[in-house]
Ligand binder design. Structure first.
Ligand SMILES: O=C(O)CCC(=O)C(=O)O
Ligand SMILES: [Fe+2]
Length: 377
């Protein structure tokens, strides 16, 4: 794959403040207005390569704004260091980093705590207007009104190398590839990159992209170069946390949802269906293999009452070549990434198609007089 990521450094410029287009034809089209407001902090943008073939029915031709990952400082190094200290103090007094929180994150549990549980950290982030900085950046970069963005979760996660002198098997040193529950997400490094080796956020779609600019490393892993830098991305891009091989890495992670009025209905469920089909490929192969690829008689009698001898109940399931052909890890990876690319092209509606009928929280109560209800009599 000879794809080179698009990388730009956004220094403060005198760009006009025209609204950013939904689907920027190049990352340079994304307005840098907010970047100037953030004290001219540098931003690096990396664009995922295309995986799906061009399809005229796609709402947007590659790349859409969601194909871009942005690395940008959202806290100064001093602010990040203060926040990190607060997080450590809280975790030390509660033991929250000693075992994965599988109640809050059922499938991909991390050793973490929600920011709202730690008053000092919450107050500090409020004081520096962290939410304002983040939402303004996400709004400009992904062309979504600030009012359409909301937190689904905001937490501090801690990864620690599994070394000989660490006897807690529960600590976490990595996070397997997954997709977040939200459309947007970010991961902000709170401690110094000098505190650990390995780590970083990896993206399956960047796996074969050559390393560059000191932030993109082999295997598609992004490692910000200083504390306070965040990687912002679409949460539906397959990603995870690379293994920390020494020291520890502390990150502030946020899942940011986008109002339904900005999303094209059906796009997420279509992608989920395809990911689900790929997920069962291995299982179907293993089941067929266990029958020697000969086919087998289904035994559905447990689902039927009555005549369990009918041919509808005991059907012959033939072995299929397709089950064997599809059981190819590289093919499965491509199918997942193709569906991801199609989702990125289609999920956001252009501004003019976003409905203004937002539910304003005003509930009208139907005029039911219980006293007149005959059933009460
Ligand atoms: O540690 C990271 O950079 C990624 C964390 C993440 O993806 C998650 O918690 O969902
Ligand atoms: Fe994630």
């Amino acid at each position: 794959l000879s794809f080179t990521p698009t990388i730009i450094s956004c220094q403060p410029t005198t760009t006009t403040t025209s609204p950013s287009p939904l689907f920027a034809s190049s990352v340079n089209d994304v307005t840098s207005e907010s970047i100037q407001e953030l004290n001219g902090r540098e931003r690096i943008t990396i664009t995922l390569p295309p995986f799906a073939a061009m399809n005229q029915r796609d709402a947007c031709q590659y790349p859409s704004v969601l194909h871009h990952l942005h690395i940008q400082s959202l806290l100064s190094q001093e602010e990040a260091s203060k926040a990190c200290q607060m997080a450590h103090d809280f975790a030390a007094s509660t033991g929250r980093w000693l075992k994965p929180d599988s109640e809050r994150h059922q499938s991909y549990a991390t050793c973490d705590f929600p920011v709202e549980d730690c008053e000092t950290l919450q107050d500090f982030l409020d004081e520096v207007d962290f939410d304002g900085r983040l939402f303004k950046s996400l709004s400009d970069l992904y062309n979504i009104e600030m009012e359409d963005l909301s937190y689904l979760d905001l937490f501090v996660a801690h990864y620690q190398a599994k070394t000989d002198n660490n006897d807690n098997p529960q600590i976490m040193d990595r996070l397997e590839a997954h997709r977040d529950g939200s459309i947007l997400a970010f991961s902000l490094l709170l401690n110094s990159p000098d505190d650990f080796e390995g780590g970083g956020t990896f993206y399956e779609a960047l796996r074969d992209v050559p390393p560059s600019f000191g932030v993109l490393h082999a295997g598609g892993t992004i490692r910000p170069q200083k504390a306070g830098d965040a990687v912002m991305h679409c949460g539906k891009i397959l990603h995870g946390a690379d293994v920390v091989t020494s020291g520890s890495r502390t990150v502030l992670v946020g899942f940011v949802d986008v109002s339904e009025r900005c999303q094209r209905p059906g796009v997420l469920s279509e992608a989920c269906k395809e990911w689900g089909r790929v997920d069962v490929v291995k299982y179907r192969f293993e089941r067929q293999e266990s029958k020697g690829h000969q086919g087998w008689l289904s035994n559905n009698s447990k689902f039927f009452h009555g005549d369990a001898s009918s041919s509808a109940v005991k059907g012959f399931l033939p072995a299929l070549q397709g089950v064997i052909r599809r059981n190819n890890p590289e093919l499965c990876r491509r199918r997942r990434l193709e569906a991801e690319d199609v989702l990125l092209r289609n999920i956001l509606l252009p501004s003019e198609e976003r409905s203004n009928d937002v539910f304003d929280g005003d509930i009208s109560i139907l005029d039911i007089n219980f006293e007149d209800d005959p059933s009460e009599a």
